[in-house]
Design a protein around this ligand. Structure first.
Ligand SMILES: Nc1nc2c(c(=O)[nH]1)N[C@@H](CN(C=O)c1ccc(C(=O)N[C@@H](CCC(=O)O)C(=O)O)cc1)CN2
Ligand SMILES: NCC(=O)N[C@@H]1O[C@H](COP(=O)([O-])[O-])[C@@H](O)[C@H]1O
Length: 211
């Protein structure tokens, strides 16, 4: 799992795993800064963790190679970006095995410069009445990979970027685990750049609507 900041998604996933609501193992947490608050969540849960910092590498490609080399060594099946803020080229053997969550309905409010609170400020400035989240496969651009799952979230007239961010994050706490369950059940089918969700039984503990 890749984090850059407070690691709220990491914390949510750790809690769900501890409650037997998410049948996955987090094999490794990599932070892009030694100041990432999320490292403490990994340490408290006994998850191996390390730091790979972009300034230590001459290019995005070398940085990405260092990140994925550690994932390869740890035997990771799926790389989950969770508040990871660095452009990270994906090597061939990880294509289709890296996912990210973005706090808007892509392709709106995505791309370079669009992360965290900046997204919610831009949504409010544009006067949107609906925003949401997107879980997508990661390719070599920001926020451009095939979309796996989206959830709408209402925008209210009296929202600030903070109240909106909180509402979107509450939806993220349901949506990301749901997508991880779908992936683990082999129900996420990627063909010709488009994802379809295969049929299956609704995952136990999930409150997401059936597809
Ligand atoms: N190869 C990819 N790498 C990453 C992707 C991706 O889709 N493909 N997504 C991002 C996550 N992301 C939004 O979901 C995102 C994160 C950060 C930025 C951004 O503008 N970053 C700043 C640097 C910020 C910092 O270092 O503090 C920048 O590049 O100038 C845009 C989108 C993760 N990586
Ligand atoms: N573009 C990427 C992006 O904005 N990601 C967002 O960062 C938050 C988690 O960060 P945290 O775990 O550091 O709190 C989440 O809202 C996630 O969607």
């Amino acid at each position: 799992m890749l984090i850059s900041g407070g690691g709220r998604t990491l914390k949510n996933l750790i809690e769900l795993i501890a409650e037997d609501q998410l049948p996955v193992e987090i094999a490794l947490v990599i932070a892009s800064s030694d100041k990432a608050g999320g490292l403490a969540h990994a340490a408290a849960a006994g998850i191996p963790h390390s730091v790979v910092q972009r300034p230590d590498y001459a290019s995005d490609e070398l940085f990405g190679a260092a990140v994925f080399s550690r994932c390869r060594t740890a035997g990771v099946d799926l790389v989950v970006m969770a508040g990871w803020l660095k452009l990270t080229p994906v090597p061939d053997d990880f294509i289709g095995r890296v996912v990210n969550i973005h706090p808007s309905l892509l392709p709106a409010f995505g791309g370079q410069g669009m992360y965290g609170d900046r997204v919610h400020k831009a949504v409010l400035a544009r006067g949107c009445k609906v925003t949401g989240l997107t879980v997508h496969y990661v390719d070599n651009e920001y926020d451009a990979g095939p979309i796996i799952w989206q959830m709408p979230v209402p925008v209210f007239d009296d929202d600030t970027s903070h109240t909106l961010a909180d509402r979107v994050f509450e939806a993220e706490k349901e949506a990301y685990p749901h997508v991880l369950r779908l992936l683990q059940a082999g129900r996420v089918k990627l063909a010709e750049g488009r994802v379809r969700i295969g049929r299956g039984h609704r995952a136990a503990g999930s409150e997401m609507p059936a597809e």
